[in-house]
Design a protein around this ligand. Structure first.
Ligand SMILES: [Zn+2]
Length: 64
C-alpha cells in the first residue's frame, strides 16, 4: 500500500521508533486519539520532522 502523503490514525502517542517509521514511510498527518496510550516523545519527533500531528477526540458513548 502506498503510504506517501497518507494520514494515520493512532490510539495513542507513538513511541520514538514508531515515529521514525511513520516519518520514513512518508506519512503526512498523524491523528492521535485523546485518552489513549501515552508514548515517549513520538509526537515531538514527528513535528520536528514536518509531520502534522492532530489530537482528536475518540468515539463517544451516545448514552453518556
Ligand atoms: Zn512504537
Amino acid at each position: 500500500m502506498r503510504t506517501r502523503d497518507a494520514w494515520l490514525l493512532v490510539t495513542g502517542e507513538p513511541c520514538l521508533l514508531c515515529a521514525k517509521l511513520i516519518h520514513h514511510a512518508g506519512i503526512q498527518r498523524v491523528l492521535v486519539v485523546a485518552g489513549g496510550y501515552v508514548g515517549e516523545n513520538g509526537c515531538t519527533y514527528l513535528v520536528e520532522h514536518g509531520v502534522e500531528v492532530v489530537q482528536v477526540e475518540g468515539p463517544q458513548d451516545p448514552r453518556a
